[in-house]
Ligand binder design. Structure first.
Ligand SMILES: Cc1cc2nc3c(=O)[nH]c(=O)nc-3n(C[C@H](O)[C@H](O)[C@H](O)COP(=O)(O)OP(=O)(O)OC[C@H]3O[C@@H](n4cnc5c(N)ncnc54)[C@H](O)[C@@H]3O)c2cc1C
Length: 377
């Protein structure tokens, strides 16, 4: 009997749970084989990278090896970068192997990359926050800066949730290091936002509360002013001119991974691939998470870890159904609440309610650790 090969590209919040679920489901079926491909050898729990900046979480609660999980659940793991997918020939081209990988079903879930919006110098002179290595680079550079500059200037471009969490974490880390090195902490912090307000789409209580906290911590906030040029020592804004910067963290947006798909699927305005309510592009190609775009009742489904993880369940279910020849089930968006940690406190937005307290920060740690363990056990 012919083997059905399911290939999953990207082992993040979508891909890793799908690989585990399908491998467990088909464990006793010798004719269904599951392969996960990822460019790195370990899963990364991205929502905790901002905590990692100020050393509030250990690496073992952020990264987890795929090889171990592949052995435990019975899927094949390939560490390689996917370059090209031909959905007609059902073949994948990889960077480190000359032999194309063939598939019967495909899960496209390679997440996203930082969007510099083609701002000159932004990619060359900014730090990003998309991996554990990025955090290590940030730490190393801050330590160098603190040893050579009396009052370094830190700039964060992008005041969405990642930028907001990051600027408070950066300040906390810098204060920690200054205290350890017994040097005065005279660093300055500037948050730059192209949109007219910080945290677009967030509840107004969170926006107001965050603005108050930024002010309390002595941070300068510039809104409605996009960065148009980045150099080693400054960021140039469209209206406010040059803002001195010894260190720039760019968290201004995301864009699609550079993987070619032939024939090209339909795209939304942001060039993310469009999927329908069953999370498929065609009868045998499913997609989800940051890499794909779909809407429900004409509202675009947000791209975040919670949604990606939930999509993994629908994709797994639909692949099992497709192989069995059963009808597919639709994905329905729902939110269990949104955490936003700022400085030593944290917001929680559930339904119409907004809460803020130190205890919520502690609750977030527990919830995130539990989800990390659920995904990586
Ligand atoms: C700093 C930060 C903080 C965040 N905070 C939150 C938060 O608090 N709450 C929340 O809900 N969301 C948060 N998010 C967003 C959330 O992490 C993403 O929406 C989620 O990870 C998307 O899941 P995914 O499976 O689509 O992609 P990812 O989790 O990014 O996984 C994609 C995987 O694909 C692999 N890959 C990429 N390209 C290739 C290739 N060419 N070949 C092979 N493999 C490839 C990558 O190595 C990666 O392992 C945060 C993101 C960041 C960066």
């Amino acid at each position: 009997m012919k083997t059905t090969h399911v290939v999953i590209i990207g082992g993040g919040f979508v891909g890793l749970p799908v690989a585990k679920k399908l491998a467990s489901h088909f464990r006793m079926h010798a004719n269904v084989h599951i392969t996960l491909i990822d460019a790195k050898s370990y899963f990364t729990f991205l929502p905790r990278l901002t905590d990692a900046i100020h050393n509030e979480v250990k690496e073992k609660y952020i990264n987890a090896s795929y090889a171990h999980l592949a052995k435990k659940y019975g899927f094949t793991f390939i560490c390689d970068t996917v370059l090209n997918i031909n959905t007609t020939q059902k073949k994948i081209t990889r960077a480190a192997s000359p032999t194309p990988l063939e598939f019967d079903y495909l899960v496209y879930s390679p997440g996203s990359i930082t969007n510099f919006y083609e701002t000159p110098g932004a990619k060359e002179f900014s730090y990003t926050l998309k991996s554990w290595n990025d955090v290590q680079r940030i730490h190393k550079n801050i330590d160098i800066l603190l040893s050579i500059s009396a009052s370094p200037s830190f700039v964060v471009v992008g005041a969405g949730p990642t930028g907001i969490e990051a600027i408070f974490s950066l300040q906390k880390y810098i204060l920690q290091r200054c205290s350890e090195k017994k040097i005065p902490s005279t660093a300055t912090y500037t948050l730059i936002q192209a949109a007219t307000q910080i945290l677009p789409g967030f509840h107004e209580k969170i926006v107001r509360g965050t603005m108050i906290e930024l002010e309390k911590k002595g941070m300068r906030v510039i809104t409605a002013d996009p960065a148009i040029l980045v150099e080693k020592s400054f960021v140039e804004l469209k209206h406010s001119g040059r803002i001195p910067s010894d260190f720039i963290l760019w968290t201004a947006g995301i864009k699609r991974q550079a993987i070619d798909i032939n024939p090209p699927p339909n795209e939304d305005r942001g060039h993310f691939f469009l999927i329908d309510s069953h999370l498929d592009m065609n009868a045998y190609t499913f997609a989800g998470g940051d890499a794909a775009s779909c809407d429900e009742k004409k509202i675009v489904i947000p791209k975040n870890a919670q949604t990606a993880y939930k999509m993994s369940r629908t994709i797994s279910e639909n692949i099992i159904r497709s192989i069995a020849g059963a009808p597919l089930v639709p994905f329905h968006y729902s939110s269990r609440g949104i955490f936003l940690p700022i400085a030593d406190t944290c917001f929680l937005h559930i339904g119409p309610f907004v809460f803020k307290s130190k205890i919520i920060k502690w609750l977030r740690d527990i919830v995130y650790t539990q989800i990390f363990l659920e995904i990586t056990r």
